[in-house]
Design a protein around this ligand. Structure first.
Ligand SMILES: [Zn+2]
Length: 117
């Protein structure tokens, strides 16, 4: 149903159709509330995407794992698998000669990473 215009509402009032005008005003109010909700959802989505972009921009891939550079502070390592698959930063746990991920139970050897030839 198209949104009632103020002109339509004014016409209804001029014709003395107060009930009709009230209905149109309520329809407008409902539509405004719906848009407000939708707007809040979209704002949240934009915030999340901006956050993801910022993270992506400061993420470094080193020896098979990720490190996050925040100004001068470097944190990590983070799981490559969890980030690439689900965009989740899961901190790896020190497990002797391996880094271990509690997110996906994947282990990363600490030895220098050599990409496949
Ligand atoms: Zn993981």
């Amino acid at each position: 149903m198209p949104l009632p215009s103020t002109k339509d509402i004014v016409t209804l009032i001029e014709k003395g159709d107060i009930t009709g005008a009230k209905e149109q005003i309520l329809a407008l109010r409902e539509a405004a509330l719906e848009l407000q909700g939708e707007n809040a959802e979209l704002k949240e989505k934009v915030r999340q995407l901006e956050e993801q972009l910022a993270v992506k921009g400061s993420l470094n891939f080193e020896k098979g794992v990720y490190y996050l550079q925040e100004g001068r502070k470097k944190t990590g390592p983070y799981c490559q698998r969890c980030y690439d698959k689900d965009s989740k930063l899961v901190r790896l746990q020190d497990d002797g000669d391996h880094w271990f991920c509690y997110g996906c139970s994947h282990g990363y050897p600490k030895k220098p990473y050599s990409p496949p030839v």
